[in-house]
Design a protein around this ligand. Structure first.
Ligand SMILES: NC(=O)c1ccc[n+]([C@@H]2O[C@H](COP(=O)([O-])OP(=O)(O)OC[C@H]3O[C@@H](n4cnc5c(N)ncnc54)[C@H](OP(=O)(O)O)[C@@H]3O)[C@@H](O)[C@H]2O)c1
Length: 259
């Protein structure tokens, strides 16, 4: 199926690795111009070069720390310079650290709320007027199954991702008549750098990383972790004009985990 994405412009936050790179790859292969945003300039450059070679698409990069609100605001002009005003915004980035609800640290909550919520909101606010005027826009957030089923030991993820997802559902209704859709993807378990780091953090008390991994896999009905390519394919469909009637949703991409 032709996804009709040729000449569309996509900003992929957290696009240099893992799920973000999976999405950027699928969009570039479908013919979209892509701008990858992340912190590490070297990793960004390497990812962009691989993408250009694989797809022949135009790929720009931008080194920005999403935890710095001024830097996100200042990036708006640079994004437009790289790819024009985006038609597609992928709200993604690093996840919050592990933590439990009974150990409350207000400064940590404030910092993580700013990092998890404000960048996607700020960039949406910047690019939404042009999307509405064109009568085409796609805002897709990379979230987690924790929105529906809280994950023990990840209280920041459980709470803040639910907040962002419900912001998105509210926005979806407000712009549904303007050709702009807003959806949240909920990954289950994917084999990425972040997932490996979380697995390593949980490997203790006689359990090896492989033991933790095996236990995780046992909980997934599909019997395996997902791949960034599989995740990217779902996002590219949602980003395409083909998915015009899908908005305000929370979509699990989880091998059946939520059931
Ligand atoms: N993988 C899974 O199984 C899974 C499951 C549920 C939810 N998720 C969530 O999905 C999102 C992506 O996860 P992933 O597994 O793809 O992680 P990943 O492989 O670690 O990729 C994270 C991407 O975000 C960028 N990034 C991280 N912190 C950033 C910051 N402060 N500013 C700008 N860019 C930043 C990273 O590049 P730099 O480090 O260079 O900035 C990288 O490009 C995360 O929020 C994660 O919690 C993942």
């Amino acid at each position: 199926m032709d996804l009709l994405l040729r000449d569309r412009a996509a900003l992929v936050m957290g696009g240099s690795s893992g799920l973000g790179l999976g999405i950027a790859t699928a969009l570039a292969e479908a013919g979209a111009r892509v701008c990858l945003l992340a912190r590490d300039a070297g990793r960004l450059a390497a990812a962009a070069e691989r993408l250009r070679q694989a797809s022949g698409a135009g790929v720009g990069t931008l080194a920005v720390d999403l935890a710095e609100p001024e830097a996100v605001g200042a990036a708006i002009g640079d994004i437009v310079e790289r790819i024009g005003t985006p038609d597609i915004l992928i709200g993604n980035g690093g996840g919050p650290p592990p933590g439990v609800a009974t150990r409350f640290d207000p400064a940590l909550w404030q910092a993580q709320a700013a990092k998890m919520l404000l960048p996607t909101m700020t960039l949406t606010d910047a690019f939404l007027p042009a999307m509405r005027e064109r009568r085409f826009g796609r805002i897709i957030m990379v979230s987690s199954t924790s929105v529906v089923e809280p994950i023990p030991g990840l209280v920041l993820s459980n709470a803040l991702r639910a907040a962002l997802a419900n912001w998105g559902r509210t926005l979806a209704r407000e712009v549904a008549r303007d050709g702009v859709t807003v959806n949240t993807l909920m990954p289950g378990r994917f084999d990425t750098a972040r997932a490996r780091a979380l697995t390593e953090a949980r490997a203790k008390d006689g359990l090896s990383v492989e033991d933790v991994r095996r236990r995780d896999i046992e909980t997934i009905p599909a019997g395996r972790f997902g791949t960034p390519e599989e995740f990217g394919a779902v996002a590219a469909f949602l980003a395409s004009p083909r998915a015009a009637y899908v908005t305000g949703t929370l979509i699990p991409v989880d091998g059946g985990l939520l059931g």
